[in-house]
Design a protein around this ligand. Structure first.
Ligand SMILES: [Zn+2]
Length: 66
C-alpha cells in the first residue's frame, strides 16, 4: 500500500483507496477519479456517494467500499 505523510497528524499513514460502483458502466472505479456530487447516510449507516463517473459522465449513487 502507498504511504503518505499526514501533516496535520504528524505521522505516516496508509492511503486508503475507496472504490465506488458505477451502475451505468457496471464497473468499480477509484473514488479519487470521480467528481463529487453528494454524500448521504444509508439505511445501515453506510456512506452513499453520489458522483459523476469519469468514464460515462453520468451521475450514479454507490456505497463506498475501501
Ligand atoms: Zn460510468
Amino acid at each position: 500500500m502507498e504511504r503518505y505523510y499526514n501533516i496535520k497528524m504528524k505521522k505516516y499513514q496508509y492511503k486508503r483507496e475507496i472504490q465506488v460502483y458505477c451502475s451505468h458502466c457496471k464497473m468499480w472505479i477509484n473514488e479519487d477519479t470521480t467528481k463529487f456530487v453528494n454524500i448521504e447516510e444509508g439505511m445501515q449507516g453506510e456512506d452513499k456517494l453520489t458522483f459523476i463517473c469519469p468514464d460515462c459522465g453520468q451521475t450514479s449513487t454507490s456505497r463506498r467500499y475501501g
